[in-house]
Design a protein around this ligand. Structure first.
Ligand code: HPA
Length: 272
């Protein structure tokens, strides 16, 4: 997607939301709809109305951008996201993150639903993402580089901002919420993994596995945004429990969401 298309979409959003633009945006994974509903004074924009936006197709993922306040602090909530497994081309996965950057967003908080590779981080728990492994085969930065977004070869040795993660941990501690930390591995999906894949991923150092988030992180780092992330653990990964179902991920996503909503509110208050 071109720089001009990104700027055009940002201008469209600025016409709809004439107030100050928040510096913090949160991408809400499946099961986190209640957080979006908690936004006050929100300008609500459907992805379907935003020029150039990919449309999410998954049940449980509303496609809306909400610009408002959470506990009185300005924030943009992206309710739902486009996934590689939906068939979107890699460059399309960069689009919404670049629009946020064009709006002036400096901190991007990414959330997702993930399977845990660690028994002690069970369904319903939360894990702050401290690093990632891109096993998806998808990279939204592939193609001719537009230097106006960022450099050809971006450094991602600190993809996940250490200071922001410390603040997440401090908030969790204050709230009495257990926040695991770990490496998130992105698989392309849409199938859940095989037990053999999970065994291999564990050897590589993965703590959680999911089908999103890494493209947004890469794009955000490319254009200089700071990134933090939290996975809602919805299940133990393949081979560690019985059959995996989307319904189960929705159920435990809802349980984790209660704590994640509190955590994100406190975090926003700390950084906004
Ligand atoms: N694997 C991949 N994605 C997921 C999982 C999983 O186990 N749980 C929720 N999203």
């Amino acid at each position: 997607m071109t720089y001009e298309a990104v700027q055009e979409c940002a201008s469209f959003i600025r016409e709809k939301h004439t107030g100050d633009m928040p510096k913090v945006a949160m991408v809400l994974g499946s099961g986190l709809n209640s957080l979006a509903d908690a936004l006050e004074n929100a300008t609500v924009l459907s992805y379907a109305d935003l020029p150039g936006f990919p449309k999410p197709t998954v049940e449980g993922h509303a496609g809306r951008m909400l610009i408002g306040e959470l506990g009185g602090k300005p924030v943009i909530c992206m309710q739902g996201r486009a996934h590689a497994y939906e068939g979107h081309p890699a460059e399309k996965l960069a689009y919404s993150t670049r629009v946020l950057w064009a709006l002036g967003v400096e901190v991007l908080v990414l959330t997702n639903a993930a399977g845990s590779l660690r028994e002690e981080a069970g369904p319903g728990s939360l894990m702050a993402i401290t690093d990632h492994i891109n096993f998806s085969g998808v990279n939204p930065l592939v193609g001719v580089n537009d230097d106006r977004f960022g450099p050809r070869f971006p450094d991602v040795s600190e993809a996940w901002d250490k200071k922001l993660t410390k603040k997440l941990q401090a908030c969790a501690e204050e709230l009495g919420i257990t926040l695991h930390t770990g490496t998130y591995l992105m698989a392309k999906g849409p199938n859940f993994e095989t037990p053999a894949e999970i065994k291999a991923f564990r050897v590589w150092g993965a703590d959680a596995v999911g089908m999103s988030t890494v493209p947004e992180c890469l794009v955000a780092r490319h254009c200089g945004m700071k990134v933090a992330g939290v996975s809602s653990i919805t299940n133990l990964a393949a081979g560690m429990q019985g059959e995996l179902t989307h319904d189960e991920t929705m159920e435990f996503g809802a349980i984790a969401a209660v704590n994640l909503e509190k955590l994100l509110k406190a975090f926003l208050a700390k950084i906004a």
